[in-house]
Design a protein around this ligand. Structure first.
Ligand SMILES: O=C(O)CCC(=O)C(=O)O
Ligand SMILES: [Fe+2]
Length: 301
């Protein structure tokens, strides 16, 4: 069997808890969503290790009656501000929830401006992602390819691993083309055992298919998540799954210390590399830190 396969709708992806769905949006919305989002979304740049990430980003979410907001923490120098769900994003959210059968309250929206824009291979950081929920990527515009690759430590050792001349066993890779109006649904087990990313596509335009050149080669993705950690309206208090105070009543002040931030960043690094990442051990006690610099070399979304 080949260690690299191209898969799509109808296939079980990753460890089997993930799949691709086509035609996620009704036709009218699918036809106009890209242009509407391009205008409607407050696009921002994001920095990682002092450099701009190679795509535009925006964050939207469900704002509570008391002004509280969900927070998704991942290594970035600073996350863009969360805006309330805008009209088109909210319509897409409803279509997503219908398929998923659980609510989502947070979305990272990204604009891949050309084939040169990309996202490095990573595992999503799950400190704030509700256990048992699914993470979804809705794709609009130009088709790009998601690469799923087993984490190195999850690959069974080679037969003759004691011999230093034995090449390391290949890591199974799945390539999943993401056409306009599709939704990639990722289970948390796949997220734990595999990494995912979207490589640059530097082929000449003449070699690209119409699907790959749709919307002049621009792609918008919407990564919806069900988040279980929240900030108060004035962003002074934090509570929930990933915080030390697990309920609104036990909310604690947001922490800005370097030390707390470093230990969370170390846990993020472990989640990126360990297929048997022990969530309770690394994240269970909770972290009240919100912004952090990372020391790791890789981009880790
Ligand atoms: O653009 C995509 O579909 C992937 C985005 C992603 O993996 C992420 O934001 O964590
Ligand atoms: Fe991701």
């Amino acid at each position: 069997m080949s260690h690299s396969q191209t898969l799509g709708a109808g296939d079980k992806l990753g460890t089997g808890d993930s799949y691709l769905t086509l035609d996620i949006l009704p036709p009218e919305l699918a036809a106009h969503a890209f242009d509407r989002l391009r205008d409607e979304v407050k696009w921002d740049v994001m920095h990682h290790r002092g450099g701009e990430v190679p795509r535009l980003v925006a964050v939207e979410g469900l704002v509570g009656d008391d002004g509280s907001i969900p927070i998704y923490r991942h290594p970035a120098d600073e996350s863009p501000p969360l805006h309330p769900f805008s009209p088109t994003v909210d319509e897409i959210r409803k279509a997503v929830e219908k398929v998923l059968q659980h609510p989502v309250n947070h979305v990272l929206i990204q604009l891949y401006r050309t084939g040169q824009d990309y996202i490095s291979e990573h595992s999503d950081k799950t400190i704030d992602v509700v256990h048992g929920s699914y993470i979804v990527n809705v794709s609009l515009g130009a088709q790009r390819t998601m690469t799923l690759r087993m984490k190195r430590d999850g690959v069974p050792a080679a037969a003759d691993s004691a011999n230093p001349d034995t090449p390391p066993p290949p890591r199974t890779t799945q390539r999943i083309p993401l056409p306009h109006n599709s939704m990639f649904v990722m289970g948390l087990e796949t997220n734990a055992k595999w990494m995912h990313g979207i490589k640059q596509d530097n082929r000449f335009i003449t070699l690209k298919s119409p699907a790959e050149m749709f919307q002049a080669g621009e792609r918008i993705s919407l990564t919806f998540r069900r988040i279980g950690t929240f900030l108060s309206a004035d962003q002074s208090l934090i509570w929930g799954q990933g915080a030390t105070g697990k309920t609104r009543e036990t909310a604690r002040p947001v922490v800005h210390g370097v030390k707390e931030s470093e230990s969370l960043v170390i846990a993020f690094g472990a989640e990126n590399h360990q297929s048997d990442f022990a969530w309770d051990e690394h994240y269970g006690m909770g972290f009240d830190v919100v912004n952090f610099k990372t020391k790791d070399d890789e981009e880790q979304q």
